[in-house]
Design a protein around this ligand. Structure first.
Ligand code: 4AD
Ligand code: MG
Length: 462
Protein backbone atom coordinates (compact mmCIF):
# COMPACT_ATOMS: atom_id res chain seq x y z
CA UNK A 1 0.00 0.00 0.00
CA UNK A 2 1.46 3.38 -0.98
CA UNK A 3 1.52 6.29 1.44
CA UNK A 4 2.82 9.86 1.14
CA UNK A 5 4.46 11.36 4.20
CA UNK A 6 5.33 14.97 4.74
CA UNK A 7 8.83 14.96 6.19
CA UNK A 8 9.11 16.11 9.76
CA UNK A 9 12.47 15.87 11.42
CA UNK A 10 10.79 15.25 14.80
CA UNK A 11 9.20 12.07 13.57
CA UNK A 12 11.40 9.03 13.74
CA UNK A 13 11.16 7.04 10.59
CA UNK A 14 10.17 3.49 11.41
CA UNK A 15 12.13 0.99 9.40
CA UNK A 16 9.95 -1.62 7.82
CA UNK A 17 12.64 -4.11 7.07
CA UNK A 18 13.98 -2.13 4.09
CA UNK A 19 17.62 -2.56 3.38
CA UNK A 20 20.22 0.15 3.76
CA UNK A 21 19.75 3.23 1.57
CA UNK A 22 21.38 2.88 -1.79
CA UNK A 23 22.43 5.35 -4.44
CA UNK A 24 20.60 5.66 -7.73
CA UNK A 25 23.75 4.49 -9.50
CA UNK A 26 23.91 1.41 -7.33
CA UNK A 27 20.24 0.51 -7.89
CA UNK A 28 20.51 1.08 -11.66
CA UNK A 29 23.59 -1.12 -11.93
CA UNK A 30 22.99 -3.87 -9.41
CA UNK A 31 20.28 -5.75 -7.64
CA UNK A 32 17.95 -8.70 -8.08
CA UNK A 33 14.33 -8.48 -9.04
CA UNK A 34 12.20 -8.66 -5.91
CA UNK A 35 14.87 -7.13 -3.68
CA UNK A 36 13.81 -4.43 -1.25
CA UNK A 37 15.47 -1.07 -1.89
CA UNK A 38 15.43 2.39 -0.42
CA UNK A 39 16.79 5.41 -2.33
CA UNK A 40 16.61 9.15 -1.99
CA UNK A 41 16.96 11.91 -4.53
CA UNK A 42 15.24 14.72 -6.38
CA UNK A 43 12.33 14.37 -8.79
CA UNK A 44 13.55 15.30 -12.28
CA UNK A 45 10.33 14.59 -14.13
CA UNK A 46 7.04 12.80 -13.61
CA UNK A 47 4.29 11.28 -15.72
CA UNK A 48 0.86 10.43 -14.51
CA UNK A 49 -1.25 7.59 -15.84
CA UNK A 50 -4.59 6.43 -14.58
CA UNK A 51 -3.59 4.76 -11.33
CA UNK A 52 0.15 5.07 -11.66
CA UNK A 53 2.65 7.88 -11.41
CA UNK A 54 6.16 7.48 -12.84
CA UNK A 55 8.82 9.56 -11.15
CA UNK A 56 12.35 9.94 -12.53
CA UNK A 57 14.64 10.58 -9.62
CA UNK A 58 18.30 11.46 -9.48
CA UNK A 59 20.63 11.73 -6.48
CA UNK A 60 23.80 13.04 -8.16
CA UNK A 61 25.57 9.67 -8.14
CA UNK A 62 25.07 9.29 -11.91
CA UNK A 63 23.65 11.23 -14.80
CA UNK A 64 21.02 8.50 -15.23
CA UNK A 65 17.63 8.75 -13.54
CA UNK A 66 15.90 5.92 -11.72
CA UNK A 67 12.26 5.33 -12.43
CA UNK A 68 10.01 5.02 -9.39
CA UNK A 69 6.51 3.74 -9.97
CA UNK A 70 3.87 4.67 -7.50
CA UNK A 71 0.47 3.04 -7.48
CA UNK A 72 -1.55 5.91 -6.22
CA UNK A 73 -3.14 9.04 -7.52
CA UNK A 74 -2.71 11.09 -4.36
CA UNK A 75 0.87 12.13 -5.01
CA UNK A 76 0.14 15.36 -3.19
CA UNK A 77 2.96 17.85 -3.15
CA UNK A 78 5.57 15.71 -4.82
CA UNK A 79 6.39 17.57 -8.00
CA UNK A 80 9.48 18.24 -10.08
CA UNK A 81 12.35 19.56 -7.96
CA UNK A 82 11.08 17.96 -4.71
CA UNK A 83 13.40 15.77 -2.67
CA UNK A 84 12.03 12.33 -1.84
CA UNK A 85 12.80 8.95 -0.40
CA UNK A 86 11.42 5.88 -2.10
CA UNK A 87 11.12 2.47 -0.47
CA UNK A 88 10.04 -0.37 -2.68
CA UNK A 89 10.78 -3.47 -4.64
CA UNK A 90 13.26 -3.64 -7.49
CA UNK A 91 11.78 -4.74 -10.80
CA UNK A 92 12.67 -4.63 -14.50
CA UNK A 93 11.07 -2.19 -16.93
CA UNK A 94 9.79 -3.56 -20.27
CA UNK A 95 13.15 -2.41 -21.70
CA UNK A 96 15.03 -4.43 -19.08
CA UNK A 97 16.16 -1.53 -16.91
CA UNK A 98 16.06 -1.61 -13.13
CA UNK A 99 13.22 0.41 -11.64
CA UNK A 100 11.50 0.59 -8.27
CA UNK A 101 7.92 -0.27 -7.55
CA UNK A 102 7.45 1.96 -4.52
CA UNK A 103 5.55 1.09 -1.40
CA UNK A 104 6.38 4.42 0.19
CA UNK A 105 7.32 7.68 -1.43
CA UNK A 106 8.26 10.15 1.27
CA UNK A 107 8.37 13.85 0.52
CA UNK A 108 11.47 15.33 2.18
CA UNK A 109 11.44 18.86 0.78
CA UNK A 110 8.79 20.25 -1.56
CA UNK A 111 9.53 22.46 -4.57
CA UNK A 112 6.93 25.09 -5.22
CA UNK A 113 7.19 25.90 -8.90
CA UNK A 114 5.05 29.00 -8.38
CA UNK A 115 7.72 30.40 -6.07
CA UNK A 116 9.99 30.86 -9.07
CA UNK A 117 11.94 27.63 -9.58
CA UNK A 118 13.79 28.57 -12.76
CA UNK A 119 14.10 25.18 -14.49
CA UNK A 120 11.31 23.17 -16.12
CA UNK A 121 11.79 19.45 -16.76
CA UNK A 122 13.34 18.36 -20.08
CA UNK A 123 13.82 21.96 -21.19
CA UNK A 124 17.21 23.12 -22.45
CA UNK A 125 18.47 26.47 -21.27
CA UNK A 126 21.30 28.66 -22.51
CA UNK A 127 24.35 28.59 -20.19
CA UNK A 128 24.00 32.36 -19.63
CA UNK A 129 20.48 31.84 -18.27
CA UNK A 130 21.52 28.96 -16.00
CA UNK A 131 24.46 31.04 -14.75
CA UNK A 132 22.00 33.58 -13.31
CA UNK A 133 21.03 30.95 -10.73
CA UNK A 134 24.42 29.85 -9.43
CA UNK A 135 22.88 28.37 -6.27
CA UNK A 136 20.48 26.16 -8.24
CA UNK A 137 22.79 25.47 -11.21
CA UNK A 138 24.12 22.16 -9.78
CA UNK A 139 20.53 20.85 -10.02
CA UNK A 140 20.56 20.99 -13.81
CA UNK A 141 21.51 17.79 -15.60
CA UNK A 142 24.31 19.34 -17.58
CA UNK A 143 25.97 21.15 -14.70
CA UNK A 144 25.63 18.08 -12.47
CA UNK A 145 27.57 16.16 -15.10
CA UNK A 146 30.12 18.94 -15.33
CA UNK A 147 30.71 18.83 -11.58
CA UNK A 148 31.29 15.08 -11.71
CA UNK A 149 33.75 15.45 -14.60
CA UNK A 150 35.52 18.23 -12.69
CA UNK A 151 35.79 15.92 -9.71
CA UNK A 152 37.00 13.11 -12.00
CA UNK A 153 39.68 15.36 -13.46
CA UNK A 154 40.85 16.43 -9.99
CA UNK A 155 41.14 12.80 -8.88
CA UNK A 156 42.81 11.77 -12.16
CA UNK A 157 45.50 14.46 -11.85
CA UNK A 158 46.22 13.49 -8.24
CA UNK A 159 46.25 9.77 -9.10
CA UNK A 160 48.53 10.03 -12.10
CA UNK A 161 50.97 12.38 -10.40
CA UNK A 162 51.08 10.06 -7.40
CA UNK A 163 51.76 7.14 -9.76
CA UNK A 164 54.74 8.89 -11.31
CA UNK A 165 56.15 9.86 -7.93
CA UNK A 166 55.06 13.46 -7.41
CA UNK A 167 54.31 14.68 -3.87
CA UNK A 168 51.36 17.03 -3.32
CA UNK A 169 52.37 20.23 -1.52
CA UNK A 170 49.84 22.59 0.06
CA UNK A 171 51.25 25.91 -1.13
CA UNK A 172 49.85 28.95 0.69
CA UNK A 173 46.86 30.94 -0.49
CA UNK A 174 48.05 34.03 1.37
CA UNK A 175 51.56 35.02 0.38
CA UNK A 176 53.89 38.00 0.43
CA UNK A 177 55.12 37.57 -3.16
CA UNK A 178 53.77 38.33 -6.60
CA UNK A 179 55.28 35.35 -8.39
CA UNK A 180 54.46 36.50 -11.90
CA UNK A 181 55.41 40.11 -11.19
CA UNK A 182 52.54 41.28 -13.33
CA UNK A 183 50.87 43.43 -10.67
CA UNK A 184 47.74 41.27 -10.73
CA UNK A 185 47.61 40.47 -7.02
CA UNK A 186 44.68 41.01 -4.65
CA UNK A 187 45.82 42.53 -1.37
CA UNK A 188 44.85 40.75 1.87
CA UNK A 189 43.95 43.14 4.69
CA UNK A 190 41.68 42.44 7.68
CA UNK A 191 38.40 44.29 7.37
CA UNK A 192 38.74 45.53 10.95
CA UNK A 193 40.56 48.79 11.60
CA UNK A 194 40.37 48.40 15.39
CA UNK A 195 42.13 45.05 15.13
CA UNK A 196 44.82 46.55 12.92
CA UNK A 197 45.32 49.50 15.26
CA UNK A 198 45.73 47.11 18.16
CA UNK A 199 48.39 45.09 16.33
CA UNK A 200 50.37 47.46 14.19
CA UNK A 201 54.06 47.83 15.02
CA UNK A 202 56.17 50.93 14.76
CA UNK A 203 57.26 51.79 11.20
CA UNK A 204 54.72 49.40 9.67
CA UNK A 205 51.90 50.99 7.65
CA UNK A 206 48.53 50.37 9.28
CA UNK A 207 47.15 48.26 6.42
CA UNK A 208 50.14 45.88 6.69
CA UNK A 209 49.63 45.56 10.43
CA UNK A 210 48.42 41.97 10.46
CA UNK A 211 51.38 40.28 8.77
CA UNK A 212 53.89 43.16 9.18
CA UNK A 213 54.13 43.28 5.41
CA UNK A 214 52.00 43.53 2.33
CA UNK A 215 50.22 40.25 1.70
CA UNK A 216 48.33 38.92 -1.26
CA UNK A 217 46.18 36.10 -2.56
CA UNK A 218 48.49 33.83 -4.50
CA UNK A 219 48.85 34.16 -8.28
CA UNK A 220 50.87 30.92 -8.42
CA UNK A 221 52.29 28.34 -6.02
CA UNK A 222 55.42 27.98 -8.12
CA UNK A 223 57.99 29.67 -5.90
CA UNK A 224 56.86 27.64 -2.88
CA UNK A 225 56.91 24.49 -4.99
CA UNK A 226 60.49 25.29 -5.94
CA UNK A 227 61.40 25.35 -2.24
CA UNK A 228 59.84 21.89 -1.84
CA UNK A 229 61.46 20.60 -5.06
CA UNK A 230 64.85 21.35 -3.53
CA UNK A 231 64.19 18.55 -1.07
CA UNK A 232 61.50 16.28 -2.48
CA UNK A 233 62.46 16.64 -6.13
CA UNK A 234 59.07 15.96 -7.76
CA UNK A 235 56.26 18.07 -6.34
CA UNK A 236 52.93 19.55 -7.39
CA UNK A 237 49.94 21.52 -6.19
CA UNK A 238 46.37 21.89 -7.38
CA UNK A 239 44.77 24.84 -5.71
CA UNK A 240 42.96 28.13 -6.09
CA UNK A 241 44.79 30.97 -7.79
CA UNK A 242 43.75 34.60 -7.99
CA UNK A 243 44.36 37.26 -10.61
CA UNK A 244 43.23 40.86 -10.36
CA UNK A 245 43.07 41.56 -14.07
CA UNK A 246 40.25 43.37 -15.79
CA UNK A 247 39.60 40.54 -18.24
CA UNK A 248 36.04 39.52 -18.96
CA UNK A 249 36.89 37.12 -21.78
CA UNK A 250 35.65 33.55 -22.23
CA UNK A 251 39.02 32.36 -20.90
CA UNK A 252 39.63 34.42 -17.77
CA UNK A 253 38.48 34.18 -14.18
CA UNK A 254 39.56 36.21 -11.15
CA UNK A 255 39.67 32.95 -9.16
CA UNK A 256 40.67 29.75 -10.90
CA UNK A 257 42.43 26.48 -10.12
CA UNK A 258 45.91 25.73 -11.34
CA UNK A 259 47.74 22.43 -11.48
CA UNK A 260 51.43 23.17 -11.04
CA UNK A 261 54.33 20.77 -11.03
CA UNK A 262 57.98 21.38 -10.26
CA UNK A 263 60.81 18.93 -10.86
CA UNK A 264 64.29 19.06 -9.42
CA UNK A 265 67.39 17.96 -11.36
CA UNK A 266 65.63 18.93 -14.58
CA UNK A 267 68.06 20.18 -17.15
CA UNK A 268 66.28 20.30 -20.44
CA UNK A 269 63.04 21.71 -21.69
CA UNK A 270 62.21 18.71 -23.86
CA UNK A 271 61.88 16.49 -20.78
CA UNK A 272 59.44 19.01 -19.30
CA UNK A 273 57.43 19.11 -22.54
CA UNK A 274 57.22 15.31 -22.55
CA UNK A 275 56.01 15.25 -18.93
CA UNK A 276 53.40 17.91 -19.71
CA UNK A 277 52.15 15.98 -22.73
CA UNK A 278 52.06 12.68 -20.81
CA UNK A 279 50.08 14.13 -17.93
CA UNK A 280 47.47 15.73 -20.19
CA UNK A 281 47.07 12.60 -22.33
CA UNK A 282 46.97 10.12 -19.43
CA UNK A 283 44.44 12.15 -17.46
CA UNK A 284 42.24 12.66 -20.51
CA UNK A 285 42.28 8.97 -21.40
CA UNK A 286 41.33 8.02 -17.86
CA UNK A 287 38.47 10.54 -17.89
CA UNK A 288 37.18 9.23 -21.21
CA UNK A 289 37.28 5.73 -19.72
CA UNK A 290 35.44 6.59 -16.53
CA UNK A 291 33.21 9.59 -17.20
CA UNK A 292 31.93 9.04 -20.74
CA UNK A 293 28.24 9.31 -19.77
CA UNK A 294 28.82 12.68 -18.15
CA UNK A 295 31.17 13.86 -20.90
CA UNK A 296 28.48 13.06 -23.46
CA UNK A 297 25.99 15.23 -21.61
CA UNK A 298 28.32 18.24 -21.42
CA UNK A 299 30.35 18.00 -24.59
CA UNK A 300 29.07 18.95 -28.00
CA UNK A 301 28.80 16.19 -30.60
CA UNK A 302 31.74 17.36 -32.66
CA UNK A 303 34.32 16.86 -29.94
CA UNK A 304 37.54 15.65 -31.43
CA UNK A 305 39.92 13.74 -29.19
CA UNK A 306 42.14 12.51 -32.01
CA UNK A 307 44.97 14.67 -30.59
CA UNK A 308 45.39 12.09 -27.83
CA UNK A 309 47.01 9.59 -30.20
CA UNK A 310 49.42 11.99 -31.86
CA UNK A 311 52.52 13.77 -30.62
CA UNK A 312 52.05 17.44 -29.79
CA UNK A 313 53.80 19.85 -32.17
CA UNK A 314 56.79 21.85 -31.00
CA UNK A 315 57.77 25.17 -32.56
CA UNK A 316 59.92 28.05 -31.37
CA UNK A 317 58.46 31.49 -30.71
CA UNK A 318 60.36 32.75 -33.77
CA UNK A 319 58.80 30.04 -35.94
CA UNK A 320 55.34 30.88 -34.54
CA UNK A 321 55.80 34.55 -35.46
CA UNK A 322 57.03 33.54 -38.88
CA UNK A 323 53.99 31.30 -39.55
CA UNK A 324 51.66 34.09 -38.43
CA UNK A 325 53.39 36.70 -40.57
CA UNK A 326 53.97 34.76 -43.75
CA UNK A 327 51.47 31.89 -43.86
CA UNK A 328 48.48 33.19 -41.91
CA UNK A 329 48.77 36.86 -42.74
CA UNK A 330 48.25 37.85 -39.10
CA UNK A 331 51.38 39.78 -38.16
CA UNK A 332 52.25 40.04 -34.48
CA UNK A 333 53.26 43.36 -33.02
CA UNK A 334 56.93 43.67 -32.14
CA UNK A 335 56.05 43.71 -28.41
CA UNK A 336 53.41 41.82 -26.48
CA UNK A 337 53.85 38.17 -27.42
CA UNK A 338 50.91 36.35 -28.95
CA UNK A 339 47.32 37.51 -28.83
CA UNK A 340 44.51 35.00 -28.24
CA UNK A 341 43.68 35.29 -31.94
CA UNK A 342 47.23 34.25 -32.81
CA UNK A 343 47.10 31.29 -30.43
CA UNK A 344 43.88 29.99 -31.96
CA UNK A 345 45.16 30.42 -35.50
CA UNK A 346 48.32 28.50 -34.69
CA UNK A 347 46.42 25.45 -33.38
CA UNK A 348 44.20 25.53 -36.47
CA UNK A 349 47.28 25.72 -38.64
CA UNK A 350 48.51 22.54 -36.94
CA UNK A 351 45.26 20.67 -37.75
CA UNK A 352 43.67 21.34 -34.38
CA UNK A 353 46.43 19.63 -32.51
CA UNK A 354 48.13 21.04 -29.43
CA UNK A 355 51.32 22.95 -30.09
CA UNK A 356 54.15 23.86 -27.74
CA UNK A 357 55.66 27.28 -28.45
CA UNK A 358 59.13 27.28 -26.90
CA UNK A 359 62.08 29.66 -26.37
CA UNK A 360 60.40 32.99 -25.71
CA UNK A 361 61.86 36.50 -25.73
CA UNK A 362 62.83 37.19 -22.13
CA UNK A 363 60.97 40.51 -22.10
CA UNK A 364 57.69 38.64 -22.55
CA UNK A 365 58.18 36.40 -19.54
CA UNK A 366 58.63 36.65 -15.75
CA UNK A 367 61.98 37.11 -13.98
CA UNK A 368 62.41 33.50 -12.83
CA UNK A 369 62.82 31.89 -16.25
CA UNK A 370 66.19 30.50 -17.31
CA UNK A 371 68.07 32.43 -19.96
CA UNK A 372 69.26 30.43 -22.94
CA UNK A 373 71.01 33.42 -24.55
CA UNK A 374 71.03 37.19 -24.17
CA UNK A 375 67.47 37.65 -25.32
CA UNK A 376 65.57 34.37 -24.86
CA UNK A 377 64.40 32.14 -22.03
CA UNK A 378 63.73 28.39 -21.82
CA UNK A 379 59.97 28.85 -21.57
CA UNK A 380 56.98 27.25 -23.21
CA UNK A 381 53.29 27.89 -23.69
CA UNK A 382 51.11 24.95 -24.69
CA UNK A 383 48.38 26.08 -27.07
CA UNK A 384 45.34 23.84 -27.53
CA UNK A 385 42.50 23.94 -30.06
CA UNK A 386 39.70 26.47 -29.45
CA UNK A 387 41.20 27.58 -26.11
CA UNK A 388 44.70 28.87 -26.84
CA UNK A 389 47.12 28.86 -23.91
CA UNK A 390 46.43 25.97 -21.55
CA UNK A 391 49.82 25.61 -19.89
CA UNK A 392 52.73 27.94 -19.21
CA UNK A 393 56.06 26.63 -17.97
CA UNK A 394 59.81 26.98 -18.03
CA UNK A 395 63.17 25.95 -16.71
CA UNK A 396 64.02 28.19 -13.74
CA UNK A 397 67.03 30.48 -13.54
CA UNK A 398 69.41 28.73 -11.16
CA UNK A 399 72.43 30.97 -11.69
CA UNK A 400 72.58 32.95 -8.44
CA UNK A 401 73.96 36.14 -9.95
CA UNK A 402 71.70 36.23 -12.97
CA UNK A 403 68.67 35.60 -10.78
CA UNK A 404 69.75 38.27 -8.29
CA UNK A 405 70.01 40.84 -11.06
CA UNK A 406 66.51 40.00 -12.30
CA UNK A 407 64.57 39.75 -9.04
CA UNK A 408 62.27 42.76 -8.77
CA UNK A 409 63.12 45.26 -6.01
CA UNK A 410 61.10 45.02 -2.78
CA UNK A 411 59.86 41.59 -3.76
CA UNK A 412 60.50 39.82 -0.42
CA UNK A 413 62.34 37.08 -2.30
CA UNK A 414 65.68 36.75 -0.56
CA UNK A 415 64.53 33.27 0.53
CA UNK A 416 64.05 32.38 -3.14
CA UNK A 417 67.63 33.38 -3.87
CA UNK A 418 68.74 31.22 -0.93
CA UNK A 419 67.54 28.17 -2.85
CA UNK A 420 70.37 28.89 -5.32
CA UNK A 421 72.86 28.96 -2.44
CA UNK A 422 72.09 25.86 -0.43
CA UNK A 423 72.20 22.70 -2.54
CA UNK A 424 70.95 24.39 -5.66
CA UNK A 425 69.72 22.17 -8.50
CA UNK A 426 68.25 23.00 -11.89
CA UNK A 427 64.46 22.85 -11.72
CA UNK A 428 61.57 23.40 -14.06
CA UNK A 429 57.83 23.13 -14.03
CA UNK A 430 54.55 24.38 -15.37
CA UNK A 431 51.09 25.66 -14.48
CA UNK A 432 48.01 24.27 -16.20
CA UNK A 433 44.74 26.21 -16.02
CA UNK A 434 42.33 23.62 -14.62
CA UNK A 435 39.19 25.37 -15.91
CA UNK A 436 40.71 25.79 -19.36
CA UNK A 437 41.43 22.06 -19.32
CA UNK A 438 37.74 21.42 -18.53
CA UNK A 439 36.85 23.73 -21.44
CA UNK A 440 39.13 21.71 -23.69
CA UNK A 441 37.75 18.27 -22.90
CA UNK A 442 34.10 19.31 -22.79
CA UNK A 443 34.14 21.92 -25.56
CA UNK A 444 32.75 24.55 -23.20
CA UNK A 445 32.64 27.99 -24.71
CA UNK A 446 32.82 30.10 -21.59
CA UNK A 447 35.13 29.40 -18.66
CA UNK A 448 32.43 30.72 -16.28
CA UNK A 449 30.52 27.50 -16.99
CA UNK A 450 33.33 25.23 -15.78
CA UNK A 451 33.59 26.27 -12.11
CA UNK A 452 30.84 26.03 -9.47
CA UNK A 453 30.94 29.68 -8.40
CA UNK A 454 32.78 31.86 -10.95
CA UNK A 455 34.34 35.17 -10.01
CA UNK A 456 35.20 37.80 -12.60
CA UNK A 457 35.37 41.62 -12.63
CA UNK A 458 32.16 43.11 -11.17
CA UNK A 459 30.90 39.63 -10.26
CA UNK A 460 31.32 37.89 -6.94
CA UNK A 461 27.87 36.40 -6.40
CA UNK A 462 27.18 34.07 -3.48
O1 4AD B 1 51.02 31.23 -17.56
P1 4AD B 1 50.74 31.41 -16.11
O2 4AD B 1 50.54 32.80 -15.61
O3 4AD B 1 51.92 30.66 -15.35
C1 4AD B 1 52.22 30.73 -14.03
O4 4AD B 1 51.52 31.24 -13.17
C2 4AD B 1 53.45 29.94 -13.66
N1 4AD B 1 53.97 30.47 -12.40
C3 4AD B 1 53.10 28.48 -13.57
C4 4AD B 1 54.28 27.60 -13.24
O5 4AD B 1 55.22 27.54 -14.01
N2 4AD B 1 54.23 26.92 -12.11
O6 4AD B 1 49.44 30.57 -15.72
C5 4AD B 1 49.40 29.20 -15.97
C6 4AD B 1 48.06 28.84 -16.61
C7 4AD B 1 47.82 29.51 -17.97
O7 4AD B 1 48.47 28.83 -19.00
C8 4AD B 1 46.30 29.43 -18.05
O8 4AD B 1 45.87 28.17 -18.52
C9 4AD B 1 45.87 29.58 -16.62
O9 4AD B 1 46.98 29.28 -15.80
N3 4AD B 1 45.41 30.96 -16.34
C10 4AD B 1 44.13 31.30 -16.16
N4 4AD B 1 43.00 30.57 -16.17
C11 4AD B 1 41.84 31.22 -15.94
N5 4AD B 1 41.75 32.55 -15.68
C12 4AD B 1 42.87 33.32 -15.64
N6 4AD B 1 42.76 34.62 -15.37
C13 4AD B 1 44.13 32.69 -15.89
N7 4AD B 1 45.40 33.14 -15.93
C14 4AD B 1 46.16 32.06 -16.20
MG1 MG C 1 51.17 32.28 -19.32
Amino acid sequence: MFRTFIYNSNITYIKRGFCERRTVLNVIKKGDVGEKVSVQGWVKSLRKQKDLTFYDINDGSTVKNLQIIVQDKSHGKINVGSSVRADGILQKSPKGQNEVNAENLVLIGGCDLNEGYPFAPRKKYAPEYVREYLHLRPQTRRFGSLLRVRHGATVAFHKYLDQIGYVCIQTPIITSNDCEGAGEVFKVVPDNVDLLKSMVKENVPLENGFFDKKSFLTVSGQLHLEAAAHALQKVYCLGPTFRAENSKTRFHLAEFYMLEIEKGFLENLSELLQTTEDIIKKVTVSLLDTYMDDINVCANENMDFSWIDKPFNIITFTEAVDILNTKLNKPTSSKGGLLKEHELLLTEYFNNRPVFVINWPKDEKPFYMKEIDDSNVAAFDLLVPKIGELVGGSLRENDFNKLKSKIPDNSNLSWYLDLRKFGSVPTGGFGLGFERYIQLILGIDNIKDTIPFPRWPHNCEL
